[in-house]
Design a protein. Sequence first.
Length: 318
Amino acid sequence: MINGAKRLRELLAQPGPLLCPGTYDCLSAKVAERCGFPVLSISGAAVAASVLGYPDVGLPTLPEVLTQARNIARCVEVPVTVDADTGYGNALNAMRATREFEAAGLAGMMIEDQVFPKRCGHFEGKKVIPAEEMVIKLQAVCEARRNKDFVIIARTDARGVLGIDEAIRRALLYCEAGADMIFVEAMMSVEEMRKVAQAIPKPLKANMNDGGKTPPVHYNDLYAMGYKLINYSGMLQRSAIRAMTDVAEILKKEGTTTSAYPAKICDMTERSELLGLSRFYALEERLYGKFLESEGSWRKELDAHASLQQGDSQDIPI
């Protein structure tokens, strides 16, 4: 497992924007890593949808998110940050969340100033806690981290309920409290995005949410404004929803998936190669001896697609 926090700090110190897709399970994380993204985030809304089947209205608990985050961080070799909502309660709860996520291998976590339980920043009905209470939380989580490289992202949802000027005021307070990065949620215009970037001295995160309240802006333009981490939090899951719906409709109408394969459906070899099946085969054969290939085996096709790495213990695929 990489030192994700150290690697994320290195990436933040380098010039250029960091384009970051939001993941929600191990498969989405592996797909994003395979596509070459240097850093991943875990979307709280997408985890709520995938694990619980609920909208993002504050129902996931720390153990549920922690389990998902631990598995995602384990299965990729790029740094991963997690949406920790409000820290799951007061400052003490947030301190515990920091320790748990850090121990699980995450590179950093985002904590926000909504009331507990929170909701999606693009939903109606949001409320925020006093800025002074959030400052205490941020000071607490910064104290709780054992690894000083662990990145604390402070999010404010004040724009939607108190206006952009209050959001900026809070963001500046959160910088003073020790936050490493600032995220102003649900900005309503490019002008607001520029205003935030001009006012905040710390690295900034922007979130592009297709169909949300913030207008879409190319990541290079966001970087030119002053944003470093350009996040697409729900993109992978919402793309998967559309893709699954399309193929399910084909099956329902045609009684077969022939017309969808291979354009819309990957085969078993592709999925197995993404998950490292060749490396598991190699490990099992090293432990127990060579397999006898069964009739219809597609192992040769799998091995042809896989990059087998053998040698040190770090290559054990578990």
